[in-house]
Design a protein around this ligand. Sequence first.
Ligand code: IDP
Ligand code: MG
Length: 152
Amino acid sequence: MVVERTFLAIKPDGVQRGLIGEILGRFERKGFKLVALKQLIPSKELAEKHYGVHKERPFFGGLVDFITSGPVVAMVWEGDGVIASARNMIGATKPLEALPGTIRGDLAINIGRNVIHGSDGEETAKFEISLWFTLDELNDWNPSDQIWRVEQ
Ligand code: IDP
Ligand code: MG
């Protein structure tokens, strides 16, 4: 069993719309473990690195302006299969195509304001966690109900 970690971030629209509790609650109830959490207004440099893979796309400038426009809630979540599972819980990039029951399917309508970011694979998760957090911000801990979360 390989325990994974993923990077998730509630984007400025999710923070401004008061959706932090709703979103955190979904990952908590699922059974994943929160190992890092902070609110910050990302610098342009951080935003450009984070979305570097999209730098040739026409929406890149607007995306960087948006993500640096206000507070973001940055998180690291841990658990079996958390990278793919979080992507499933987030839903499709285009909120109108995201299934009901997913975060974007339930809470968003606009591709440029789709509430949350989630790492899309193992390498991306590693890169994004180290971009947004220092090692000492990642907490190793065991929830008292851990026995109910993992395969026996
Ligand atoms: P993802 O967030 O589902 O991984 P990506 O394709 O990696 O989607 O795109 C990153 C972010 O860039 C999206 O979440 C969305 O906010 C924004 N984005 C992607 N495609 C478009 C577009 O065509 N117009 C405007 N914004 C876009
Ligand atoms: Mg992506």
